[in-house]
Every structure is written in C-alpha cells, then in structure tokens.
Write a protein that binds this ligand. Structure first.
Ligand code: AMP
Ligand code: MG
Length: 342
C-alpha cells in the first residue's frame, strides 16, 4: 500500500458541528428559508433540513417515509414485513422492502459475505435485539452460524424467501436506503438543497443554499465529544460504522454490534471506524459495515478493485487513512495518510 503523510489542516471540530447542525445557511442575499424536523425512528434521532419554498412539504413527506420504512423493516415488530419473512420463511412484501433486500444481497455478494443480511441469529444470541446482552459459548455460536448464509435469502418479484433457518436483519443498510429515499422525496417536492443526519448516516442534496459545499464532520470513534475532521462535498452520502456506536462490556471486554459472519464474534480486523462516501446512500451504508468487517488492508483492496466510493478508516491506534479521492475534500487538524489507488 503506498501511503503518504500529509500536513494537517487546522479545523475546529466544534465549529464544524455547528456548521452541520445549523445547515450553514449562508451568505448575504441568499435567503432560502430553512425547514427542519427531528424524528426518532429506527432507534435513532434523525435530523432533517430542507431549504426553500417547498421545504415544509418535503419535510412532511420525508417524515411519512421514515415512519413507513421503520414499520416495514423493523425486525422486532410483529407487524413488519421483515418479521413476517423471518417468521414464515417467505412473504410477499412491498416494493420498498423487495428493493432494499435486493440491493443488500448485491452488496453481500460483492463483499464476499463480509456484509451478510442473514446475520440475525448471531445478533440475537449476543442479545443485541433484546438488550439482554451476554457472551455466547462456541457451541451456541456454531449453531447460529450454520444459519448464516445470504445465499439462503432470495427475492423473486415481491416475494422474499429465507430458507435453511436464515433470518433477515437489514439494520446494516436500512438507514442508508432511507437517506437516499429522502433525497428523492426532496427532489420530487422541488427542493434543491437539503441535508439529513440519521445517526451515523448523513446525506446531502445539492449544495448549501449559498452555493458552497456542505462540511460534514466525522465523529472521533475514541471520543464522542470530538471529530477527526470533516469532508466538504455536495450531493453525497457520508456513512460511518463504528464499534463505539452500540456495544456492551463484560469482564472488561467490549463487544460491539458489527459481527464478522465468518466467526460470529464482533469484527476485529483492526479498525474502530469506517466512513464511506458516495452518492448512493444505500451502497454507502452496506459498504461501511462490510469494510468495517474487512479492516484496512482488505477494505483498501476492495476499494481498489471496485471503486465508485471513497473511504476513511480509523485504526486501533487512532491513525486516520483516507482514499485518494478525498484529498482536498478531507480536512483535519490531525495527521492522516492517503491510500493510493495504485
Ligand atoms: P452499521 O451501523 O451500518 O454498520 O450496521 C450495523 C448493524 O447491521 C447491526 O446492528 C446489525 O443489525 C447489522 N449487522 C451486524 N453485522 C453485520 C454484517 N456483517 N453484515 C450485515 N449486517 C450486519
Ligand atoms: Mg452500514
């Protein structure tokens, strides 16, 4: 891997955060009105902003979509389509659920199973669904892992089938799909500038109302009051997966929610956060989880082989690595290294 050290660019994390949350409504003369909402769904606080005339309608339509997708995809709710697929083994679902399952399966396949939406039996064993956390023993994990194989999930028209004891969990991709949908809804409503932040998922439409790029702060995985830097961009999703986002501790060991489907244990490939940046929020979300499982070296290889996105890795020593397409867009007061495409 060719790596170059770069001098850091000074940037104040607090200001970044303020910039994101204020929507950075900008320079004199550009008076696009800000419309915003905070919604709690998918176990996450979601912040929505849309600028301009139809902003309020756009926010209302987005809110409806959030509630719809939350009800369709919520694994634990007996009314959800995912629940019914898991309970019955096969179920005719809505267009949205079929689409997101198909996209997820593509990512499972492209990532060689680092992303695997049949991870549910293992998540369950660790207690991530009930929050009744515990460390399973090897025999239990082995039995649960026997049921994990995305090839046992299929989509045929609107029928989603899970066979051989497989059970779906779309938690690694649902918010990314939702942020993409909200961008579409904004566009349909005539909004040309907007931003959503759904937990670790940010997606932007167009530029800020003043025509400049958005500045998206990236959480420091070691300190939730700080940022490692920010990326300046327009029309992009910025999705971070991190072991710090959901975890429990037992006997001084931290167990987080991103599982390596090969072992059944929390992924331990040497990274503590992975951020994916690309136009497609669904892809960014699937890949953030997958590259977290892969780690820096395999994740970089995947990026070289497939392209179509950029990435920021933070390793266990808090070192920051960015792919070369982010040069000039990523700003940080810390040192970082650039991963080259060749
Ligand atoms: P994210 O925060 O996007 O990385 O997604 C993490 C969530 O995805 C977890 O809470 C699980 O619901 C699910 N998940 C965990 N491990 C995997 C995996 N290897 N592949 C697909 N989904 C996973
Ligand atoms: Mg994800």
């Amino acid at each position: 891997m060719k790596i170059i050290n770069f001098a850091a660019v000074l940037l104040c994390a607090v200001l970044l955060c303020a910039a994101l949350l204020s929507g950075c409504a900008g320079s004199a003369g550009l008076s696009a009105e800000e419309h915003s909402a905070v919604v709690f769904a998918m176990d996450t606080e979601m912040t929505l902003k849309a600028y301009g005339e139809n902003g309020e309608d756009a926010i209302n339509a987005a809110r409806t979509e959030i509630n719809l997708l939350d009800s369709l995809l919520r694994r634990g709710s007996a009314d959800s389509e995912i629940y019914k697929v898991n309970a019955d083994g096969s179920f005719e679902v809505s267009q949205a659920t079929a689409y997101v399952t198909e996209r997820a399966l593509e990512i499972c396949s492209f990532t060689g199973g680092a992303f695997d939406i049949s991870i549910a039996p293992v998540m369950d064993l660790w207690g991530f669904y009930t929050k009744d956390f515990r460390v399973p023993d090897a025999a239990e994990l082995g039995a649960a892992l026997d049921r994990v194989n995305y090839n046992n999930i299929s989509v045929n028209g609107l029928t989603v089938t899970a066979s051989e004891g497989a059970e779906l969990d779309l938690g690694g991709i649902a918010k990314g799909y939702l942020s993409s949908r909200i961008m579409e809804i904004y566009k349909e409503q005539g909004v040309i500038s907007g931003i959503v932040s759904l937990g670790g998922n940010v997606q932007t439409l167009g530029t800020k109302p003043d025509g400049s790029k958005w500045n998206i702060a990236i959480q420091d995985p070691s300190d939730n009051s700080r940022y490692i830097g920010s990326v300046r961009l327009a029309d992009c999703a910025v999705v971070t997966s991190g072991g710090y986002q959901r975890y429990f501790e037992e006997d001084g060991v931290r167990y987080h929610h991103i599982i390596d489907p090969k072992t059944g244990y929390p992924a331990d490939a040497g990274v503590i956060s992975v951020t994916i940046i690309c136009e497609d929020g669904t892809l960014a979300d699937g890949l953030s989880t997958a590259l977290y499982v892969m780690g820096l070296d395999k994740g970089s290889e995947y990026w070289r082989a497939h392209g179509g996105f950029e990435a920021i890795f933070v390793d266990g020593n808090n070192r920051i690595y960015i792919t070369d397409g982010l040069e000039g867009a990523f700003e940080s007061s810390r040192e970082f290294e650039v991963i080259r495409s060749e």
